[in-house]
Design a protein around this ligand. Structure first.
Ligand SMILES: [Zn+2]
Length: 302
């Protein structure tokens, strides 16, 4: 492991209970890495058992006390997820607009050609966004090098990562599909069916595992940041996100009908998934800002 992982900043611990003003640990605080009792040590010292700085353990998992290398990693992960989510929102809006235009059958031939080019560009950008989203979430769920053993709520982080791995079947399946159609890979039809079916099942499972895993992980992270609204937003999205997605899948039924109230409702509902993604983006942006503030605080101390 990189030595820099264990360098922690000299942040103030004035509010920490069980520590005298000159830094003596008087409470029975366990080392965050090996659970050795740090009582009687100074917070500036290292754990005699495993050599981990005592400060992060005393500060109870606050990210200000975590290794700056680790905080930086989380910050970069949050940037990737935020950018990827913004891309998905833009594509969603394009899809809504083109969907509405097509629904009314108001598309001249020249525009139709433009739309098919737009659809091609959208699918390439969408693929890049998906890959960036998965990479971002992998980086954002890096293990805390100092508090690894003490992270009692580490299950959410591991669940999120399992979801990322399951969702990797999506870009892999797309890449295989493109490979087959472009290069004409000699692949058995039966094998292709099994691959597509397997990828679809893994993606479906991954969507659930990753969505709920990541929201739980954000709630755990928000406990390590300033008490913002991250946990509130994440908890709300647990039911609101799926609801908006389900509403968004209804318009295809409504839009097909005769013009009238049903079709008007359909036009509004078409945007529901985009609203869900915007709410998700706001949540990730709040995390990114929180991590940025922590990095700033650590730089000011160092
Ligand atoms: Zn230790």
């Amino acid at each position: 492991m990189d030595e820099a992982e264990f360098v922690t900043p000299d942040v103030a611990v004035a509010p920490a209970p069980g520590v005298t003003p000159d830094g003596l640990i008087t409470a029975d605080v366990a080392c965050g890495r090996c659970a050795y009792s740090l009582k009687g040590l100074n917070i500036a010292q290292l754990c005699p058992e495993c050599g981990t700085p005592a400060r992060p353990s005393v500060m109870g998992g606050r990210l200000e006390a975590a290794s700056p290398a680790y905080v930086t990693r989380l910050y970069h992960g949050a940037i990737c997820v935020s950018v990827a989510t913004a891309l998905i929102i833009v594509l969603g809006l394009v899809q809504v607009v083109t969907g509405v235009i097509s629904a009314f059958g108001l598309v001249p031939t020249a525009v139709q050609v433009g739309l098919s080019i737009l659809a091609l560009v959208a699918s390439i950008v969408g693929f890049a966004g998906l890959v960036l989203f998965l990479i971002g979430w992998w980086v954002l769920t890096a293990p805390d090098p100092v508090r690894r053993a003490a992270m009692l709520k580490d299950r959410a982080r591991k669940t999120t990562r399992a979801g990322v791995l399951l969702l990797c079947s999506m870009p892999i399946a797309i890449a295989i599909g493109v490979g087959i159609s472009v290069v004409g890979l000699a692949i058995g039809a039966l094998l292709a069916v099994f691959l597509v079916l397997g990828a679809a099942l893994a993606t479906f499972a991954g969507l659930f595992v990753h969505y709920y895993g990541s929201l739980n992980y954000l709630i755990v992270l928000s406990e390590r940041l300033d008490p913002g609204t991250i946990a509130v937003r994440a908890t709300r999205l647990m039911w609101l996100g799926p609801l908006l997605m389900i509403l968004g899948s209804c318009p295809s039924l409504l839009l097909g009908g005769t013009p009238g109230i049903a079709q008007s409702i359909g036009l509004v509902l078409v945007a529901a998934p985009v609203v869900a993604w915007v709410l998700y983006w706001v949540l990730i942006e709040e995390l990114r800002q929180g991590l940025k503030d922590v990095r700033q605080a650590q730089t000011n101390v160092a």
